[in-house]
Ligand binder design. Sequence first.
Ligand code: SF4
Length: 392
Amino acid sequence: MNRLERLIDEARREVEDNTFAAVRAWKEEEPGRACVGFFPVYVPAELIWAAGALPVAVWGGGDRIEVEMADARVQSFICSISRSTLELGLLGHLDFLDGMLFGSLCDVARNLSGVWARNFPDTFVDYLHYPQNLRSEAARGYYREDLERLGAALGGITGRTPGAAELAAAIDLYEEQRALLRRLAAVRTEEPWRLGLEEQQVLVRAAGRRDPRRHNEVLREVLELLPEREVRHKDGVRVVLEGSFCEQPALELLRTLDQAHCFVVASDLARGLCWFKEPLRRSDDPWSDLVEAYFVHAEGSVVRHFSPSERTERLLARVRDSRADGVFFCTAKFCEPAFYDFVLHKRALDAAGIPYLAVEFEEKMSSFESIRTQAETFAESILFFADEEATA
Ligand code: SF4
């Protein structure tokens, strides 16, 4: 295994570890360290870091956990990420967390925050109401106050209420990380065979549970090593993956797409960690910079948008910008927001003549043969019609 493969493998092992051993080790390294978990899609990680705690993405247990106890507390017909996240908590795998944050994402996330507070009464639990009326100045003021309130509450846990200097430094650190993740995504867009989708995603997901200073170094090294990697150009079709902004598909499913030569060149995977499409506007007021991050720089999506048309326009722009041949909808089972979006997107893609394929997934999926066959057929049909058009 060469250095590049070792770095990716290390990230893979960490993100697949439901006991969070590496995060626990980080916490124990120095007295006084704290960890605050967050459920997708988004929390301002900078604020947690500025308060002296490590933000830890708690995004389900994947296929490596049996959901048993959680089913006695939430319905079995909701998305698997909410059930397996609760199971992780009930198993004690999250007992190192000093707090847990939820955002106003959907009814399921809202209810889960309440269930969490009742089941873990000794843990700090907070729920962020993200403004939906993005044109209102009052909403900006409200959001800022909520961030300041949360900062003070986090300071109550860690003993370090973040001030402007700490917050500005934390934004710098996460800006650096987002820029590195954007460069990684650009490698995928330009040469998808140079970096597997699964490889890219373990590096993204690791950003959700590693000390950002350490992970930034890893990302820098990966970006230095990638151009030297010996690879062969592979033929296939280029697709935008849409619908996985919250619950994440299994790594094996992502591998399957590459194997089917259905190359994902842009996606909404791990949305909250890669939400800002450009560097944030910076000023001498870091609180206002965080507000602008959400209002201006976060890409339109089902969880933050000006209007339904903004979401479809964003998808069409993403297809155009990434020179994609089609769209691969990869939607978590029972995820209502994703299915609402699908209806809108489907109409826009039909009108634009852009081919698409829709599949559903859940964390406990063990066989991906059906998805492989569908993806291969989708890729072949796109190539077939492209040939037809070329010879017409
Ligand atoms: S997967 Fe969908 S339904 Fe489940 S918590 Fe996320 S957004 Fe809500």
